[in-house]
Write a protein that binds this ligand. Sequence first.
Ligand SMILES: [Zn+2]
Length: 189
Amino acid sequence: MFYPKLTRRENYKTKKNGEWYSSNRYYRKEILVDCQYRCVYCDITKSEIGGDDFLQLDHFRPQSLFPELGNNPTNLVAACPVCNRNKSNHWPVGKDVKESYSGQVGFIDPFEEESTSYFHITAKGFIEPLKPPAEYIIKILRLNRDGSVYKRKARMLSKELYFLASKAKNKRGPHVHRKICELIRNSEI
Ligand SMILES: [Zn+2]
């Protein structure tokens, strides 16, 4: 339900001479598709945030430290405006370390590793760290901010209601099914 496995496409479009396009907007659609239209950090989806216009492109390795990456699309990920702002230029491992994290600090490359190995979502919608550097990421990006917790809870509720609706349809007739579907529609955001 949270943090699906993400896979980057093999190739992004390049100019005829093989160089990357200079505007990262050129890659926006491809990056959003590869990130499954969600913020790779807090996992909010385009429908939960109000449409894909609200998803931004984040330079996973910050531009300020890695200007040579420019608009290299393999360094771009989809992020919601709040995670993008909170991440800002944070890159605690420094420029000379190849890995994106070291010890307790740093960030998980969502295309290299599965976030579900690092984060556990509680029934109340909070993200708990499973292993480093999850605690650092949760703190820096404020992944347990009110709006994110609420949306996770709403997603879980919606899923649960659909499950109940499917059971009611089988066992207790169409009336209960209709009622639960109505509840689902009212609870969706
Ligand atoms: Zn986010």
